[in-house]
Ligand binder design. Structure first.
Ligand code: ATP
Ligand code: MG
Length: 297
């Protein structure tokens, strides 16, 4: 499946993900070395989608841990099903506390969360730990332990060892610097905006009905806008959205008027809109821009 770099590239392409050179290389290495991959890069460049695509390409199940501020072990590893335990205590209360306690800390009362699920699966999975930068360093340290030993220790039950080694992808939007310890254990992939030809292919893939000339023009405009000094440059996600919008509007060209009406699909900050308007000389004054103008004024 991912036996060579070329195979990795082809496997990803065949499931609708067009990888750049380093993406294919790192995917191949991750599969062969069994090392986690830390994927960093701006928003909307395909970090999350890469994990999904790897799952499709390898026929593995995707287990996803969506990170957020305050995420703790009970939501990432496991927790006890208190309600069920309580019910058991109520029905078996007269059996004596020791007996009941033995009983209620058994596997049937355990609620597995993504990390435990991923290592307990008999068939290897793709484990996506999405937006790891949203958690704190304490959580990162816990994660390191799981990722280096592929085992989770549950005091009441013992150590759960991995039945299979998952292919692990961690993504980060770089909102905080990750620890050196984590980086050291991972392969690193920096995903950036693609070059013009690859983005063209990606947009074609997601909006195949859009005419060739408009598609090319769209990608050229996006690249031109990306080169401006913007707070939030348009990503691949915005290119795709724009292509789909143009399809719905039946636009067969991107002229001044189309640009004016649809620019807010790819540029989403008031100040960025001003920069773009100045650069391309359009009046970005349609309804779509009324709301942000009012809210900042
Ligand atoms: N190489 C690619 N081939 C095909 N589609 C792609 C590729 N890269 C990105 N996309 C598409 O771009 C969109 C955005 O991708 P995704 O959600 O993975 O971005 P992200 O980097 O995780 O963004 P965020 O940081 O905001 O979570 C998706 O619809 C995805 O299918
Ligand atoms: Mg994402």
């Amino acid at each position: 499946m991912l036996e060579t770099v070329e195979e990795a590239r082809d496997a990803l392409s065949s499931v609708g993900y067009l990888p750049g050179e380093s993406t294919a290389l790192v995917s191949f290495l991750a599969a062969r070395l069994g090392k986690p991959v830390l994927v960093e890069g701006p928003a909307g460049v395909g970090k999350t989608e890469l994990a999904k695509a790897l799952a499709r390409a390898t026929g593995r199940k995707l287990v996803r841990l969506q990170c957020y501020e305050g995420l703790d072990e009970s939501k990432a590893l496991y927790e006890w099903n208190y309600r069920k335990q309580l019910l058991r205590i109520q029905t078996e209360g007269d059996a004596g506390w020791d007996a009941v306690q033995d009983d209620i800390f058994a596997e049937e009362f355990l609620l597995s969360r993504p990390l435990l699920q991923a290592i307990a699966e008999t068939e290897p999975v793709v484990l996506l730990i999405d937006e790891i930068d949203k958690t704190d360093q304490e959580f990162e340290a816990m994660l390191l332990e799981v990722l280096s030993d592929f085992q989770i220790s549950i005091p009441e039950l013992g150590v759960v060892e991995a039945k299979s080694t998952p292919l692990v992808l961690l993504t980060s939007n770089n909102t905080r610097e990750l620890t050196e310890a984590l980086k050291r254990r991972c392969l690193y992939l920096w995903l950036d905006y693609p070059d013009l030809e690859r983005e063209l292919e990606i947009v074609r893939l997601h909006a195949p009905e859009l005419g060739e000339t408009v598609t090319r023009k769209l990608v050229e405009v996006v690249h031109m806008i990306r080169a401006l000094d913007l707070k939030k440059p348009p990503s691949i996600a915005e290119s795709i959205d724009w292509a789909r919008a143009l399809l719905l509007l039946g636009a067969d060209d991107i002229d001044q008027s189309v640009l004016e009406r649809t620019m807010s699909i790819i540029v989403k900050h008031r100040t960025d809109l001003d920069v773009v308007a100045e650069r391309v000389g359009v009046k970005l004054s349609g309804e779509a821009f009324a709301a942000p103008r009012a809210s900042t004024g």
